[in-house]
Design a protein. Structure first.
Lengths: 458, 77
């Protein structure tokens, strides 16, 4: 078992990790920037070390300062949380090289899954369905035409050498493809000196479904799925488990494919395999694997009763997986919403400030993961997540009712938050029916955002 | 002396990315509405536009410095 853990993070996740460590009798060391001297994670940890100025790159991303803090306080391990250095392979390597335990996978596993093409190849090799398209580069229009049999239309064409969204073309039919392919080739050659292209099916209406896995480097299990289709600008805002969209058979296929991938890459720790689910075609496709604990992990904890962060710490401490697949069972339905310091009525403009008073919801089936306390001033330097409100109930319908009840109890006075968004979503017929996809929320916001009135309560 | 204050708390940047030149060099003339920098608040970026004009700008806040709402970023002469 680990003895003393440095938490290389801040905010609600640092608080969450400190709680799990203390439940296991592990001593905790917080790190903080000049802007976070009064933060809750600093108050709750056994010790706290200042690691630099407010800017993240000078503090929470400063590997040398973090390792120095770990050495000076006699830590044997480091938990990266999510964001910041959590998926930085070099950080995992550096922690290990310093003789400490990194609570997460090896640098090599992070590197493999961080490289989209390599991850896609690893998934394919493990028999995990990938979005139909070319496995490698496509060098001729004849080869491209052959791939259309798998992708259908619309199809995306992009430069194999290009990064990000550069040089992407979408063809809706064969005529458009015949025209776009040579253009994309010429453009790729001009821009990158390499005319190689890459093709992928465009899935226009999909749900985002992801599978939680736990692995110890030898064995792997899944803790079922979460659905996170309600997104704004690719950021999840509302997550739930289980997904109402999956049949029992498809759920079984989806979850076992995630375990196959974890086993294939000798994964260790907690991880999440993300998929797109094409409801019309009733098929799912691998997108990526996140090699960290995720923001929305509590919904899985609520339906399975497993403390995922504690399991991460046990695995990192050298224990084999304590649970077999048969030990993991699902009870009821859980929903999480992300309360951000943003004004939904003003295009989600950030709203840092001071919490004048705070009323936290409670009662059966309600959990509130947060770093807020009355009098706390939210610094403007980091992300806007203030709190996660998680509810659990016997059914999805009851969970939505409970979410509305808990939101009505919640008061964060002094800040504008996304609470009105979730009150409106909980009352929305499409959300209640579970009838949505990853682009649904942005369309909904165009019609409803103005009515999400500010909540400088009371 | 007219001054330009930060409208928001956050981090001040004098250019749109580390690879691009600053919006205004020291001593540049400023017209009303000119962008003189960015404030990063909770990972979103907001332009700072001057509400006053001047023949020469003098920055008193450095690039990447943390600022509060009302912090003087620059003076104009």
């Amino acid at each position: 078992m680990l003895k003393k853990l440095l938490i290389a993070n801040r905010g609600e996740i640092a608080v969450r990790i400190i709680r799990a460590a203390r439940d296991l009798g592990i001593a905790t060391v917080a790190v903080y920037s000049d802007a976070d001297a009064t933060a809750l994670h600093v108050q709750l940890a056994d010790e706290a070390v200042n690691i630099g100025p407010p800017a993240a790159k000078k503090s929470y991303l400063n590997i040398a300062a973090i390792l120095k803090a770990a050495a000076e306080t006699g830590c044997d391990s480091v938990h990266p949380g999510y964001g910041f250095l959590a998926e930085n392979a070099g950080f995992s390597d550096a922690v290990t090289a310093a003789g400490l335990i990194f609570v997460g996978p090896s640098g090599d596993a992070i590197r493999l899954m961080g490289d989209k093409v390599a991850a896609r190849g690893a998934a394919h090799a493990a028999g995990v369905p990938i979005v139909p398209g070319s496995l490698g580069r496509v060098d001729s229009i004849d080869a491209g035409r052959a791939i259309l049999a798998d992708t259908g239309f619309p199809v995306m064409i992009k430069a194999a050498a290009g990064g990000g969204g550069r040089g992407i073309r979408i063809a809706q039919d064969l005529a458009a493809f015949e025209q776009a392919f040579p253009q994309a080739q010429a453009e790729a050659l001009a821009a990158f000196g390499d005319g190689g292209l890459y093709m992928e099916k465009v899935i226009t209406k999909a749900r985002h479904i992801e599978v939680q896995v736990l692995a110890d480097g030898t064995d792997a299990i899944h803790c079922y799925e979460r659905e996170c289709s309600l997104q704004r600008r690719r950021q999840k805002v509302w997550e739930e488990a289980p997904s109402r969209a999956l049949s029992p058979q498809l759920r079984d296929e989806l979850c076992s494919s995630a375990v196959r991938l974890a086993l294939a890459v000798n994964y260790s720790g907690a991880g999440t395999v993300e998929y797109l689910y094409d409801e019309d075609a009733d098929r799912f496709y691998f997108i990526e694997m996140n090699t960290r604990i995720q923001v929305e992990h509590p919904v899985t904890e609520m339906i399975t009763g497993i403390d995922l962060v504690a399991e991460m710490l046990r695995i990192a401490g050298g224990e084999p997986l304590r649970l077999t697949q048969a030990d993991v069972t699902v009870k009821g339905h859980a929903i999480e919403v992300r309360l951000n310091a943003e004004d939904p009525a003003r295009d989600f403009a950030p709203f840092p400030g001071t919490v004048d008073s705070l009323r936290i919801p409670g009662g059966p089936g309600v959990r509130f993961d947060s770093m807020l306390y009355p009098g706390y001033t939210v610094p403007p330097f980091y992300d806007s997540l203030l709190a996660k409100l998680i509810v659990h109930a016997e059914t999805r319908e009851a969970a939505i009712t409970r979410m509305a009840r808990a939101l009505s109890e919640l008061q964060i006075v002094g800040l504008k938050t996304t609470k009105p968004l979730f009150q409106a979503l909980a009352a929305d017929p499409s959300v209640q029916a579970g009838d949505f996809h990853t682009r649904w929320l942005e369309g909904w916001l165009e019609h409803h955002a103005a009515r999400l009135t500010p909540n400088l309560e009371p | 002396m007219p001054v330009i204050q930060s409208p928001l708390p956050g981090t001040f940047y004098r250019s749109s990315s580390p690879d691009t030149p600053p919006f205004k060099a020291e001593g540049d003339a400023v017209a009303v509405g000119d962008v003189i920098g960015l404030i990063e608040v909770m990972k979103s970026f907001h332009e700072v536009k001057s509400e006053v004009a001047g023949s020469a700008i003098h920055f008193v806040t450095d690039n990447e410095d943390p600022v509060m709402a009302g912090t003087v970023l620059a003076e104009l002469s």
